[in-house]
Ligand binder design. Structure first.
Ligand code: SF4
Ligand code: SF3
Length: 548
């Protein structure tokens, strides 16, 4: 195996024996094979499109497949084997359609369009030779993988939108064109850099689509005080990012005597009007994903993962038989809840029955945290915010969106938040917020000093807010705003968020706790010179720099 797609990659360069995340080498290799076959599928869908034939089903299949390979989403070897078989079948059906329509497969076509296998042994004989390292030039490899990781993040957001009945064929088209482009040895470095920027553009499209899907289905997030304590009923803990799963669970648990709590990236579900009406929706339990081994022990009830981030449980963990997965997520040994029937709901009855046999959660903290500062809510407060900036009450905003992670050096973000002057405001989204969202940082004239817009995909909200402020202050350039960007990244959704911000023209983003291992020195140099991307230093130096 070779995987360097996340921030915690071994030695900052690549996991080669097993993932730091717990991904085994056979799973990593099978994920590579799945990505490889999606390139072959894309070869035919892009050709068919030229002939006027669109396959929405293939677009969706590719999106769901890419999503399955993001960090901490799916560790289930058997599911990947099944998925590769399905992918090959789909590719060959598309090939047949293409040939029937008069198309022809040119000699020298990328082998993802032609290679085939049936048994696990054949898959395993192949998958070791088609991974990341099969691109020999490290700069080309770096740019190709930057695009692919962006596509994985984009796929995640697109899938959530799909689950709410929203889709956009231009996103499917772009993903397929880009996958094919990563197999083209004739592209120059400049063309690949342009493809990276185009990926950011479609990242904005995908996040806007998901924003529309979420807000038109569940209402605009509102300022909300979220309870972080517990009640005395058995509960289900729901983690991940999928709001449609959240809805299905709330509907099915109503009146059963089972409470529902959010975990990690599902916290922002508390901000949506459509979910607030459920009396058995208690609040949020615990912190960000990497603390789940302790928190799932004390929660006592079953846990439902709708997406990442899963941490493999320790041997003998008391909760190991209480964890369920659904959608793109999976883990060998966890029970997987299948897809929802057309027009229906996923069947969570087994989890509900399981919860009834469990004790109520143990209280690990008490009180409330505040959030719900997505674009609609902040724009409603725009006058107050603008006055505070004009009067000098707010000197600067710090966008600290992104991911959390288990590495010690992430305490930087807690210390940074604590050390920021009192006339500054943090705008956040994603699980990065758990590094400071429970600190008593106070408010500025009623505006909390930590404004949480929601999940990582709601980084889109932060961009909308910045663009709105640019308009209000009548500025030509988003970089003239009193906003600094100090982003924390971990997995591939943060990659698409970063590319989206670059596409929107945001410069001088600081990215930490370390720069991606998949950036070759030359590609890193381009990002630094062209966009002013920088890493992080000490809290003191960085604050000085940002405020200078
Ligand atoms: Fe390593 Fe990250 Fe890949 Fe897991 S996802 S194998 S930790 S680089
Ligand atoms: Fe977090 Fe996994 Fe990225 Fe959605 S839950 S931000 S890391």
């Amino acid at each position: 195996m070779f995987c360097y797609q996340c921030q915690e990659t071994a030695k900052g360069t690549g996991c080669t024996l097993a993932g730091v995340c717990g991904k085994k080498d056979n799973v990593a290799n099978m994920q590579d094979l799945l990505v490889f076959v999606t390139k072959g599928i894309s070869f035919y869908t892009t050709r068919l499109r030229e002939l006027g034939v669109e396959s929405e089903a293939a677009g969706k299949f590719i999106v769901d497949s890419l999503f399955m390979t993001i960090t901490n989403a799916n560790f289930d070897f058997d599911r990947f084997v099944v998925r590769v078989r399905e992918a090959l079948k789909l590719r060959d059906e598309l090939k047949e359609k293409y040939l029937k329509a008069g198309g022809s497969v040119p000699a020298g076509v990328h082998e993802s369009a032609t290679w085939t296998g049936h048994s696990v042994e054949e898959f395993e004989a192949k998958n070791v030779s088609i991974g990341v390292l099969s691109t020999k030039n490290e700069d080309v490899r770096s740019l190709r993988e930057l695009v692919i990781y962006g596509l994985k993040g984009m796929a995640a957001y697109t899938e959530h939108a799909n689950n709410l009945g929203f889709s956009d064929l231009t996103i499917y088209k772009f993903i397929q064109d880009a996958l094919v482009a990563t197999t083209n040895d004739n592209l120059t470095a400049d063309q690949l850099v342009a493809l990276v920027m185009e990926t950011g553009k479609f990242g904005v499209t995908a996040m806007a689509l998901l924003d529309k899907a979420n807000t038109s289905t569940y209402g605009n997030p509102e300022i909300t005080k979220v309870n972080i304590g517990v009640r005395n009923n058995p509960g289900i803990l729901i983690s991940g990012h999928d709001l449609r799963d959240m809805e299905d669970l709330l509907v099915q648990t109503e009146g059963t005597g089972v409470d529902v709590y959010t975990h990690s990236e599902m916290l922002p579900a508390n901000y949506y009007p459509a979910f607030k009406k459920y009396k058995h929706f208690v609040g949020n339990y615990g912190s960000s994903w990497w603390q789940q081994k302790e928190e799932f022990e004390t929660f006592n009830g079953p846990v439902l993962f709708t997406t990442n981030c899963i941490v493999p449980p320790k041997n003998g963990a008391s909760y190991a038989d209480k964890v369920y997965t659904t959608g793109a997520s999976g883990f060998t040994g966890f029970k997987h809840i299948g897809e929802r029937p057309a027009g229906g709901r996923k069947d969570f009855s087994e989890i509900i029955a399981h919860a009834k046999r469990c004790k109520p959660p143990v209280e690990i903290e008490k009180g409330e945290i505040i959030g719900g500062f997505a674009h609609n809510q902040v724009v409603a407060l725009a006058d107050k915010v603008v006055d505070a900036v004009k009067s000098g009450a707010i000197r600067k905003f710090f966008v600290m969106a992104g991911c959390d992670g288990r590495f010690k050096q992430r305490s930087y973000y807690t210390e940074f938040a604590e050390a920021l002057p009192k006339d500054t405001v943090i705008m956040t989204a994603g699980c990065a917020k758990y590094r400071y969202n429970k600190l008593p940082l106070g408010d500025i004239g009623g505006i909390p000093r930590v404004l949480d817009a929601g999940q990582c995909n709601d980084s889109y909200s932060l961009a909308v807010i910045a663009l709105k402020l640019k308009e209000v202050f009548n500025l030509n350039d988003i970089n003239e705003l009193p906003i600094a960007f100090n982003i924390a990244w971990y997995e591939q959704k943060a990659v698409i968020v970063l590319l989206a911000l670059l596409y929107l023209g945001v410069k001088n983003i600081h990215l930490g706790p370390t720069l991606p291992g998949f950036l070759s020195p030359n590609v890193a140099k381009v990002l630094i010179e062209k966009f002013g991307i920088a890493g992080i230093g000490t809290v003191e130096d960085d604050i000085k720099l940002f405020l200078s």
